[in-house]
Design a protein around this ligand. Structure first.
Ligand code: UD1
Length: 368
């Protein structure tokens, strides 16, 4: 039998860490599966894209759609038009999409309408908040997915409730955690002085790390001002390092928001540089999905600046606390962590977050 052909889709920053372990594993199974990599170009700045390809050793994409930024409709539409052409030339047996970004949704729709099977990695997560563009992407993508690869039990239950057949749902663990373990092992063999943030870490001693990029937190001036005030107040107790996403940088500039001088601002950091920073933080304040999971995997306390999470296992079994945007709740969560004295809480890892999710995924892909 000729090998099965798979198109792997990546477009935005959080996709790159998820495809890296899958690509590495597929390289061990070339007799059974060939793959071609498609970069949609949803993220295009070097610090949001290329840098990760280099760090993770991901091969150069076979196709680059160069779609760039735009409204949701414009961006999604450009990806669909570009990817339809790719399907016509490559004619893959399966299209594999990861996560919940616009590239995930756009390529899943194109594949399904071309009669190509869709595999979704990180399927079934639900925040229940349809105001989040990612939630729309998750629900629509899963409605046309053939093979669901899930990271936690809540996703199995969500998919079952939506009527998806049990035999198509594969509880495999989390490729993002595969990547984290791979990079942590590499980090241990590297010289810490090579990282720009190492000096700052030593100067600060104890510090917290901040990331923010959700439209609901940063596009709304009142919300961003409120969060900035709480962060500035927190920084009086614990200096903070804030890795600023381009969306957030634009918003801070446009609204003329000035943060405390105890908050050190950096542009988006490469993966290793950022890992080297947050792994030793007293706490992380974030609205990122991936970081909620990565902090749980390493036992670093995490305060999520959202009212909900599509990753409830990080709360029930991990280090994550949902604090929303309410200053009182954020203050209380920070105090609980800082007053507890421990640098990190007890380490409990969710089921199958063991660094072998990509192996399980590729084993299934070889079979179906
Ligand atoms: C996207 C994903 C989000 C993910 C996030 C990680 C969707 C709906 N959202 O949000 O789920 O958590 O990526 O970063 O797919 N920009 C740059 N350079 C870039 C990319 C973006 O400057 O390389 C700026 C542009 O001003 C752009 C804005 O950031 O308009 C937002 O980018 P976009 O891709 O629309 O969404 P993200 O907020 O990055």
């Amino acid at each position: 039998m000729p090998p099965k052909s798979i198109s792997i889709i990546a477009g935005a920053r959080p996709n790159f860490m998820k495809i890296a372990p899958i690509v590495r594993e597929l390289d061990q199974h070339t007799a059974a599966i060939t793959y071609r990599l498609v970069h949609t170009g949803q993220h295009y700045d070097r610090e949001m894209s290329e840098v990760f390809f280099e760090e993770f050793g991901i091969p150069k994409p076979d196709h680059h759609l160069d779609v760039g930024s735009g409204s949701h409709a414009e961006q999604t539409a450009r990806i669909m038009v570009g990817f339809e052409r790719v399907c016509e030339t490559d004619n893959p047996d399966i299209v594999l999409v990861v996560g919940d970004v616009n590239s995930t949704l756009a390529c899943a729709i194109v594949a399904k309408k071309k009669g190509i099977r869709v595999a979704h990695v990180e399927a079934g997560l639900r925040s229940g908040d349809m105001g989040m563009p990612e939630e729309v992407n998750r629900v629509v993508t899963d409605s046309i997915t053939d093979y669901f690869f899930v990271t936690e039990q809540s996703a199995v239950e969500n998919l079952a409730r939506e009527g998806h057949p049990e035999e198509r749902i594969y509880f495999v663990g989390h490729v993002m955690i595969d990547n984290l373990f791979h990079q942590i092992a590499k980090l241990k063999s590297m010289d810490a002085s090579a990282f720009a943030m190492t000096r700052l870490k030593h100067e600060l001693g104890d510090y917290g790390v901040v990331t923010l990029h959700r439209p609901s937190n940063v596009d709304d001036e009142i919300a961003l001002r409120g969060l900035s005030e709480v962060l500035s107040e927190t920084a009086q107790r614990l200096p903070l390092v804030f890795s600023v996403h381009p969306r957030t940088a634009n918003a801070l500039r446009n609204f003329g928001i000035v943060l405390s001088d105890r908050i050190c601002l950096t542009s988006s950091l490469p993966y290793m540089e950022f890992l080297n920073l947050w792994k030793d933080a007293r706490l992380v304040l974030t609205d990122s999905g991936g970081l909620q999971e990565e902090t749980t995997a390493l036992g670093v306390p995490c305060i999520t600046l959202r009212d909900n999470t599509e990753r409830p296992v990080t709360v029930s079994e991990g280090t994550n606390v949902l604090a929303g945007r309410d200053p009182e709740r954020i203050r209380a969560a920070v105090s609980r962590i800082l007053d507890s004295g421990a640098a990190s809480t007890e380490l409990r890892r969710p089921r199958f977050w063991d660094g072998r999710a990509a192996q399980r995924i590729v084993a299934v892909l070889c079979e179906v």
